[in-house]
Design a protein around this ligand. Structure first.
Ligand SMILES: Cc1cc2nc3c(=O)[nH]c(=O)nc-3n(C[C@H](O)[C@H](O)[C@H](O)COP(=O)(O)O)c2cc1C
Length: 202
């Protein structure tokens, strides 16, 4: 069987979600997947970006990361989406890519794929779960197979978020637990996508 194709599509202003996305890419690759790590296009005005030096630096530091397109979703057997929590919801930059998928959706090309999501927020109760669940709404519309991490590995009892990997950024960049959880989440996505791919009859 061909390797599972995994698209890891993320938005990050200040690097936290980017770090989780890289860990997820490592986990997926280690599980044998062919991986596309893709950032979505930055849509914020230059004035907003320059008001936060960390944002500007992160933009420069990730200039060589390929930009996501809807074609990456058409290509993939499984996709992991990463976004900062923005007022308890996914970032508009990620939503803009998602809102460009109408043709693929209409053609049924987003159905029967495995989807999962991860996030970072400023505070512990700042809306990580609502953000992840909001992405889940889209996966339902696509006819996707939502694969959350649950508590299916010991790392999840340390992380404590069964909906998807999440990190509280106020305490600094993602620690070893969050990075390991992201690797695990991606591995689980690959394993389940591989089982589906092997058993696919059409
Ligand atoms: C416009 C805006 C809205 C935000 N909304 C929330 C929020 O609802 N809850 C929260 O805990 N943090 C919120 N934050 C903080 C971000 O979620 C947090 O900084 C996140 O870790 C950034 O991820 P990044 O480093 O990948 O960009 C918000 C930040 C911005 C700029």
């Amino acid at each position: 069987m061909e390797p599972v194709k995994v698209a890891i599509i993320y938005y990050s202003s200040t690097g936290n979600v980017h770090a989780l996305a890289k860990a997820a890419a490592e986990g997926a690759e280690k599980a044998g997947a062919e991986v596309r790590l893709r950032k979505v296009a930055e849509l914020a005005p230059p004035a907003a970006i320059s008001a936060n030096p960390v944002w500007g630096h992160h933009l420069q530091d990730t200039a060589n990361v390929a930009e996501a397109s809807v074609e990456d979703l058409a290509w993939a057997d499984a996709a992991l989406f990463g976004t900062p929590t923005r007022y308890g919801s996914p970032a508009s930059q990620l939503r803009a890519l998602i809102d460009g998928t109408a043709s693929l959706w209409r053609e049924g090309k987003l159905a029967d794929k495995v989807y999962s999501a991860f996030t970072a927020s400023g505070t512990a109760h700042g809306g990580q779960e609502s953000t992840l669940l909001a992405l889940g709404n889209t996966f339902y519309h696509w006819g996707g197979i939502i694969v959350p991490p649950g508590y299916t590995d010991p790392i999840q009892f340390k992380l404590g978020n069964p909906y998807g990997t999440s990190h509280v950024a106020a305490g600094g960049p993602p620690d070893d637990v969050a990075l390991e959880a992201a690797r695990f989440q991606a591995r689980r996505v690959v394993d389940i996508a591989a089982a589906l791919k092997a058993g696919r009859i059409r």
